[in-house]
Design a protein around this ligand. Structure first.
Ligand SMILES: [Zn+2]
Length: 433
């Protein structure tokens, strides 16, 4: 704008330059510390100073108290809003005044390293002062701090996004992969992953899926005021037609607050135990007599060994309670999980335990309980896995896996109501088709 201005009115340019020049002269002769600082100033700093002096001069000549100057500041480690304002040469008195206003409305501890704070300055008696501060408090709220001229005070506002829960039914046909087909109809990756998890060990989404298999994902979305999907909620219903076989799963929270997915007749498709509690491993030694690699004599190997690289995650092969997660003699770092009154599983030679894996903690099937290692009496990284039935070790690979549990008669009544409710919701929900 200014450039155009100068081109069309050359005499304005001359006036402008005279003003700048006289302003500089004014400051050179009036500024006390100019001489002292002048020697050591680096070029950059003096340029900054000139800029500031120009502004001050501008306000001197035009007698204005308001020069808007916007600055976007990136928060660094150890910063606080107060520190930032002081660094910007705002007086302690003003910083304190602002702080007193904000406190109780905005949680300043939420300011994070790397986020930005936008500050609009005004100039008050040639000193920088705050006109406006804006920053994101968290994902959902933005803080605005304004200077109000009329009352000579600050006003603080917290603008909160309103999220609306929307039930969304995504229906699709698989062309190449579930992932690609679901993403095409606007389903977020995290929802697709959760959908696959629900089918657990019943469907292997890499190997079992065929072209033209159908899926439905009925889930909650939380949309902001602009209709943007802000975050995803629970999957209420999952449907898969795989090679002609239909599986329908409803989310249900039982009377003990356990959330699971059940077929319309109240069965869980989760197998009670996984056969292999580790991904990408090779069965290296089965259950039975073998020459022990360290002890040298024939010994009954009462477990199954899976060779895998050190650090490979080991999963809980079934839901249950951790009975032990500690060093256990020749087993090294060892985890044992109690699944029910009959079944337990044990995992040995781990390099380390999973997060929060301690005796007494509940674990879910598939949850990471530790990582492959070679602790205890072991010749190299592998997982030694045991299944115990009534505390006796049995061959996990021959085990006829008990199928998932069925809801009790008491639970079935509530489950049927919930199923109806979900079906009705799905009928009136938004869908991609
Ligand atoms: Zn072993």
């Amino acid at each position: 704008m200014k450039k155009n201005h100068q081109k069309t009115h050359p005499n304005y340019l001359i006036i402008f330059l005279i003003l700048v020049f006289s302003a500089l002269l004014y400051f050179i002769f009036s500024s006390k510390d100019f001489v002292f600082k002048g020697h050591q100033n680096e070029r950059q700093e003096s340029a900054k100073k000139t800029k500031k002096e120009f502004k001050d001069a501008y306000s001197f000549f035009f007698n204005t108290d308001f020069i808007p100057n916007k600055k976007i500041i990136k928060v660094v480690a150890g910063d606080s809003l107060q520190k930032i304002l002081l660094k910007e040469k705002i007086s302690k008195e003003e910083v304190n005044k602002i702080y007193q206003k904000i406190k109780g409305i905005v949680d300043l501890t939420k300011i994070r390293q790397g986020q930005t704070i936008t500050i609009v300055f005004r100039t008050k008696q040639n000193k920088p002062s705050i006109s406006r501060i804006t920053f994101q408090v968290d994902e959902l709220s933005t803080a605005y701090i304004y200077y109000r001229d009329k009352v000579d005070d600050y006003e603080v506002r917290l603008n909160q996004k309103n999220l609306e829960k929307v039930n969304f039914l995504a229906k699709g046909v698989i062309v190449n992969s579930l992932f690609a087909s679901a993403q095409k109809i606007d389903v977020d990756a995290e929802v697709i992953v959760e959908f696959a998890r629900i089918f657990g060990f019943e469907i292997d989404f890499q190997r079992d899926i065929r072209k033209n298999d159908e899926f439905q994902i009925f889930y909650e979305r939380f949309e902001d005021d602009e209709g943007e999907n802000f975050k995803n909620g629970n999957i209420l219903f999952a449907y898969l037609k795989n090679s002609g076989r239909e599986i329908k799963l409803y989310q249900y929270k039982d009377s003990k607050n356990n959330i699971g997915y059940f077929t319309p007749d109240g069965k869980s498709i989760e197998k009670a135990l996984m056969k292999t509690p580790i991904n990408g491993a090779r069965l290296s030694s089965g259950f039975g007599f073998r020459k022990h690699p360290i002890l040298g004599y024939n010994k009954l190997h009462q477990g199954t060994d899976f060779a895998a690289r050190r650090g490979t995650p080991v999963m809980a092969s079934g839901s249950g309670t951790v009975e032990r997660a500690s060093w256990f003699g020749a087993y090294g770092k060892y985890v044992r999980i109690r699944h029910n009154s009959t079944y337990k599983t044990a995992y040995a030679h781990l390099s380390k335990f999973g997060r929060n894996i301690k005796a007494g903690k509940k674990v879910r099937q598939g949850q990471i309980i530790g990582y492959v290692g070679s602790t205890g009496r072991s010749t190299g990284p592998h997982l030694h896995y045991e299944v115990l039935v009534n505390n006796k070790r049995i061959n996990s690979q021959r085990l006829k896996l008990p199928s998932g549990k069925k809801l009790s008669k008491n639970e079935m009544g509530n489950f049927n109501l919930e199923k109806q409710r979900i079906d009705q919701l799905a009928e009136i929900s938004r869908t991609n088709k």
